[in-house]
Design a protein around this ligand. Structure first.
Ligand code: MG
Ligand code: MG
Length: 304
């Protein structure tokens, strides 16, 4: 009917892959900044200190400024810049970017990241040795630039790109499986396929690697172990119906809350789009970071 066309708003950017990509990257930064305040606290300690934690206020064990982000976001930005400069996802370019990032004295850095970047300086080999102990969440937390740059590419290309960036610091089968799953979920969500479709990848991960089974006991205090990280993220994502509710749920579980916040923010941003990110959070994130993530999201997607 003609009159409905006249009064309906025109198609707007939020529903496009570009809009969802920008929301995913901003969601990553928002979740990082929100969660960092309560990183390493227990849910009980969070309740005692903050009530339900729902504002970006800085502080935490890193003594952050309000809106400041941590390694989850800054490593992603370093990786995204390297991908854009190289024109593709390249292991050496990623290793050099992470090495430069470490030299710039980041506010925080994971043990596995530090150890394997120091090894890279010595060996010049941009792939850490296979280790069953390196199942931290450090590769998964920075997978978004790769997911954006490989949107629309065949699964083997996506997997090779995930390996190239992930193995610089985390050469581990569980880390690999987590990165593949997150990239596939981001791809479905960018395409507007919704949570039910994206959820199939989380279910497939749990079927292939039963350690990741996430339906069941509530995962509070998720550690930096990528299995616990994704369990908390999936429980929050699939039990809520908005960006805000998902992030409030996941960071109030405590533990590695900046990283669960970052990964949940990435997925919820891609799912619900930019208009779903609360204005108070969008405004609270460091302005330069916000501009960089939104610019990089679109630039990386154009590469795919
Ligand atoms: Mg962090
Ligand atoms: Mg963390």
């Amino acid at each position: 009917m003609l009159w409905t066309r006249a009064v309906s708003p025109p198609p707007v950017a939020p529903a496009t892959p570009e809009g969802r990509a920008a929301a995913a990257y901003l969601g990553l930064a928002v979740g990082d900044a929100l969660g960092a305040t309560v990183e390493f606290l227990t849910p009980r300690e969070i309740q005692h200190q903050h009530g339900t934690h729902r504002d970006i206020v800085g502080g935490g064990w890193l003594h952050l400024k309000p809106g400041q982000v941590t390694d989850d976001t800054t490593m992603s930005l370093a990786l995204g810049k390297a991908i854009l400069a190289a024109g593709h996802v390249d292991a050496r370019a990623a290793a050099d970017a992470f090495d430069a990032w470490m030299r710039a004295k980041p506010v925080d850095i994971g043990n596995t990241v530090r150890r394997n970047l120091i090894a890279y300086r010595k060996t010049g080999h941009p792939e850490a040795p296979l280790s069953e102990h390196d199942a931290g969440n450090g590769a998964a937390m920075r997978v978004l630039p790769v997911a954006l740059a490989t949107f629309g590419q065949p699964p083997d290309v996506v997997a090779a790109a995930c390996r190239a960036q992930g193995h610089v610091t985390h050469h581990n089968l569980l880390s690999d499986a987590a990165s593949d799953t997150l990239a596939a979920m981001v791809h479905d969500l960018l395409a507007g396929q919704g949570l039910d479709t994206a959820r199939r990848h989380a279910d497939a991960l749990a079927a292939a690697h039963p350690l990741f089974a996430w339906q069941g006991k509530r995962r509070d205090n998720p550690s930096g172990y990528v299995v616990e990280t994704l369990q908390a993220v999936f429980q929050a994502l699939f039990s809520t119906h908005s960006f805000e509710a998902c992030l409030v749920d996941v960071v109030n579980r405590g533990g590695d809350a900046d990283t669960t916040g970052a990964i949940a923010g990435m997925l919820a941003g891609a799912c619900y789009g930019p208009d779903a990110i609360p204005t108070r959070w969008r405004k609270a994130v460091d302005t330069e970071v916000r501009q960089r993530v939104e610019w990089q999201a679109v630039a990386l997607l154009k590469r795919g």
